[in-house]
Design a protein around this ligand. Structure first.
Ligand SMILES: Cc1cc2nc3c(=O)[nH]c(=O)nc-3n(C[C@H](O)[C@H](O)[C@H](O)COP(=O)(O)OP(=O)(O)OC[C@H]3O[C@@H](n4cnc5c(N)ncnc54)[C@H](O)[C@@H]3O)c2cc1C
Length: 313
């Protein structure tokens, strides 16, 4: 566990911003490292503890595994969109999946737990800690558990896509993938569907870029994002035929992404409450994973671990 790492307290008392300032010698290196942190965590380096960054990278195998396309987390896309995974699983599960039924309270008494409309012997809460803290628990959760969830905010991301008749950058020999230190869309991918038409450039607004531009109008964001695309891929990128965007912080049942992030001191002071069941209430979700925390793989590992707890309990 991160809090058992040798020197954990020292690693956890500093933010990534502190570490970058102390370690990187040039302004470009500082900016590049900050962009990497924002791309992976969608927060500013000042928001996240060094220990959390180290744990997150270690849980995936290494930093390169997080940011690489070939052989890394960015390699594959799911044809039709990643929501298809949950939609197909829900089809198989049939009526046992209840949609549009947000759980607002969880009450345990004797050997029964009532979560929203459902009564069961045990409950697995598989939502990010920041959202789990919005559920009302009876009896109230232990202080350490509640205070942990007060320290795991979601990152800020807007996903912005510009649509063109064709992926024109490919004819220029360009991959469509870029990191642009002058933002605001610092991380860019070619999101053209497998058939090759239409051409789609995807730009992420992350951390402060999402917070600042999130308050602007859609037209202002479109201009800002296509401005980055034009700087990287040429003037043609400035005039897409369509523009689509999604603000994950505005989604009531996500409130940001890619996952909950731990600031300084959170792992070492509160981390042990992350997976510890509270009576008949168990915790899953990608934030509780020890492998690929923050990713789909982590969510699956966490689900299996929580299911095993319930089976043994
Ligand atoms: C833009 C974006 C890009 C990403 N890219 C990648 C990627 O390339 N690869 C990757 O592996 N991961 C990626 N992720 C992260 C990935 O989506 C998460 O790691 C994964 O979805 C976590 O799964 P989960 O089951 O833990 O939580 P979630 O997927 O957040 O599921 C929680 C579910 O609980 C529901 N819920 C919330 N509150 C309540 C409530 N009170 N009652 C009932 N239901 C509730 C929500 O609606 C949601 O369906 C990305 C995320 C985003 C936003």
């Amino acid at each position: 566990a991160p809090w058992d790492t040798p020197g954990a307290a020292r690693l956890d008392e500093q933010t990534m911003a502190t570490w970058i300032r102390r370690t990187a010698k040039t302004a470009t290196a500082r900016e590049a490292l900050a962009t990497g942190v924002k791309a992976v965590f969608s927060v500013e380096p000042a928001d996240v503890s060094l220990l959390h960054v180290l744990f997150y990278a270690a849980s995936a195998g290494g930093w390169d595994d997080l940011i690489d396309t070939e052989g890394g987390a960015q390699q594959d896309r799911i044809v039709g969109g990643s929501q298809l995974i949950s939609l197909r699983m829900a089809e198989e599960l049939g009526e046992s999946v209840r949609l549009s039924s947000p759980v607002r309270s969880i009450a345990a008494s004797g050997d029964e737990v009532v979560a929203g409309e459902v009564s069961a012997r045990r409950v697995i809460v598989a939502v990010p800690p920041a959202l789990a803290s919005r559920i009302e628990y009876d009896p109230a959760l232990p202080g350490l558990r509640d205070q942990l969830t007060q320290r795991m905010p979601m990152g800020s991301v807007m996903k912005c896509m510009a649509v063109y008749d064709e992926p024109f950058w490919r004819a220029d020999g360009l991959s469509g993938q870029a990191v642009s230190l002058p933002g605001p869309a610092q991380v860019i991918y070619d999101n053209t569907p497998p058939g090759g038409s239409p051409g789609v450039l995807l730009g992420f607004l992350e951390g402060d870029e999402a917070r600042v531009l999130g308050a602007a109008t859609e037209a202002e964001r479109r201009e800002a994002v296509t401005g980055t695309f034009a700087r990287v891929f040429g003037e043609r990128a400035r005039n897409p035929s369509g523009y689509i965007e999604k603000d994950w912080s505005a989604e009531p049942y996500s409130r940001g992404c890619y996952a909950g992030v731990l600031g300084p001191g959170a792992w070492t002071s509160y981390g042990r409450a992350l997976r510890e069941p509270v009576g008949r209430v168990h915790w899953a979700g990608t934030e509780t994973a020890t492998r690929w925390m923050g990713y789909f793989d982590g969510a699956i590992q966490a689900g299996r671990r929580a299911a095993e707890e319930v089976r043994l309990g």
